[in-house]
Design a protein around this ligand. Structure first.
Ligand code: ZN
Length: 144
């Protein structure tokens, strides 16, 4: 273990990884970790569904990670870093809004659990009649 501490791989000049640690440095690394974790979430979701998927969690991690990094950049007064993070939250919020709108306009098929747009009268997965979103039978009675 002497090679870890003695050669300066872990402890360099009395500092862990040679980094001067303080609260804001920790905030910056947490921001990096949160922002990076979005890739793992997206990768996992894609592998699980065997198609390219961008889950809602990806956008939440993007938003939170970028805001943490923006606060770090402002504290450091680094104009390049601030400019890089200052507006990135806009598409993240927009994508979260779209996710919310899309999800609220979907229905789960009671027969096969497939998620379909709410306006579908029949499930493309199993062909069963979808629940009437109006509840009064007006949509189902129209047929297709
Ligand atoms: Zn179905």
């Amino acid at each position: 273990m002497d090679w870890l501490s003695g050669s300066g791989l872990i402890w360099i000049e009395g500092r862990f990884l040679g980094i001067e640690w303080h609260v804001w440095k920790l905030v910056g690394w947490v921001g990096n970790a949160v922002f990076f974790s979005r890739f793992l979430v997206q990768w996992y979701a894609t592998e699980r569904q065997r198609r390219v998927v961008v889950p809602q969690a990806f956008w939440w991690l993007s938003l939170v990670g970028s805001l943490i990094l923006l606060s770090y950049a402002i504290q450091r007064r680094d104009s390049v870093f601030i400019a890089g993070q200052a507006f990135s939250w806009i598409p993240y919020l927009r994508n979260l809004w779209i996710h919310r709108k899309t999800k609220s306009s979907q229905r789960t098929c009671p027969s096969c659990d497939r998620i379909n747009p709410a306006h579908y009268r029949y499930c493309p997965g199993c062909g069963s009649v979808q629940a009437d979103p109006t509840g009064d039978g007006s949509v189902l009675s129209k047929g297709c």
